[in-house]
Ligand binder design. Structure first.
Ligand code: ACO
Length: 349
């Protein structure tokens, strides 16, 4: 059975840099608070009108295609991971297919937030292993800046997110002991509302009951997005940060150890861990717990903040370009986020 390799990788970061101090224009926060609690110094925001999640994904895809040395006609399947799609539907996969003028190939959208890239990698791995596809384009992109609460009310979330895109080309190899060794996917929906954007949505819960209470028959048209929902910031991401933090520091080490043990390795064998860039304090906790040296972990959250689905491939792409990943290296990627979902992938580069 073939193994899946990353044959090409690339990323795209929008030009506009937003420092912590820039955010003071909108909300009551401080550079000191943000750096101390998250490690973030700055993030990038996409152009308000000219750039979308898909257009950024297209740029990252072009870079990955060039790096792989293939023609775009060689691509036989698209996977697009994002939580900030251009449209409620259809997904970004078809928009990317159109923008790159690809053949009428399949396009799959993945909605697993911070774990999106690792989930997508796992799906691609199964298609490659069965021989169904030979050149999968996997794109992860987020335009968070479009949908954040920039008032003081939303500061616990809005300061941590940034925009970016990254992409990989996945191919089969017959070489043994190369490429993706295993992937591990988990979920626990009990905590779904702890980190979520509730509306627009079709759920019947107390927010919609409130919407009914505010409006008469006209409420039918307001069910999808009412003034009450907007007043209560239900159209923005909501998060119980400390609850997410507590769960993340347990699940990250667990899912990394699961991948290592499955393949008879220990943390000492790792050349590089790429943790999802949610909070530098989480990554440092995981590093300590697994007794990893600084050179075994790659972080870039200080420059980009949390770019959700794009976070792992962006870090992977930067680490590769910086010469931190060489052929034969044992690389682990691990994510935890909204859902909750968490996941890991272990690969021999
Ligand atoms: N600036 C200044 N003060 C702030 C800010 C801010 N940006 N945000 C919150 N505060 C204040 C709070 O109001 C609170 O004040 P109080 O003590 O007077 O009530 C105080 O700071 C502490 O707030 P906490 O929320 O307890 O701060 P914490 O140290 O937990 O840091 C953070 C918040 C950074 C969000 C942290 O909880 C975290 O990183 N959680 C995990 C995030 C994560 O991993 N998310 C998953 C990925 S995202 C996804 O899946 C889409």
């Amino acid at each position: 059975m073939p193994q899946t390799i990353i044959a090409g990788i690339g990323h795209y970061v929008p030009a506009q840099t937003i420092t912590n101090t820039d955010l003071l224009k909108f909300m009551d926060t401080s550079d000191e608070w943000i750096q101390e609690r998250t490690g973030i110094k700055e993030r990038h925001y996409a152009h308000r009108t000219a750039e979308t999640t898909t257009t950024m994904g297209v740029e990252a895809a072009k870079n990955a295609i060039t790096h792989a040395g293939i023609k775009k006609e060689d691509i036989d399947f698209i996977i697009f991971a994002t939580l900030s799609p251009d449209y409620y539907f259809p997904g970004c996969g078809v928009l990317l297919q159109r923008a790159l003028e690809l053949d009428e190939i399949g396009a799959l959208d993945i909605r697993n937030q911070c774990s999106g890239f690792v989930y997508a990698l796992s799906v691609a791995d199964q298609f490659i292993k069965t021989g169904m596809y030979k050149n999968i384009l996997l794109v992860a992109s987020e335009k968070h800046s479009f949908g954040l609460d920039f008032s003081t009310r939303g500061r616990n979330i809005s300061v941590i997110f940034g925009d970016a895109a990254a992409a990989v080309i996945l191919q089969p190899t017959e070489k043994e002991n190369q490429g993706i060794l295993s992937t591990h996917l988990h979920s626990d929906g009990k905590s779904a509302e702890i980190l979520a954007m509730y509306n627009p949505g079709t759920h019947a819960n107390h927010w919609q009951e409130k919407a009914y209470a505010h409006f008469d028959d006209a409420a039918i048209g307001e069910m999808f997005m009412s003034h009450a929902m907007i007043d209560e910031a239900q159209n923005f991401p909501n998060m119980d940060g400390p609850a997410v933090f507590k769960k993340a520091v347990v699940k990250f080490p667990e899912v990394i150890m699961e991948a290592l043990q499955k393949n008879n390795f220990t943390p000492a064998d790792l050349n590089l861990l790429i943790p999802h860039q949610a909070n530098l304090r989480i990554a440092q906790f995981v590093q300590q717990k697994l007794k990893l040296r600084d050179d075994q972990v790659f972080n870039n959250i200080e420059k980009y903040g949390n770019t959700t689905a794009a976070s792992i491939p962006l870090a992977l792409s930067e680490a590769y370009q910086a010469g931190r990943i060489k052929e034969g290296d044992l690389v682990c990627m691990a994510a935890f986020g909204s859902g909750f979902t968490w996941a890991s992938a272990l690969m021999r580069w």
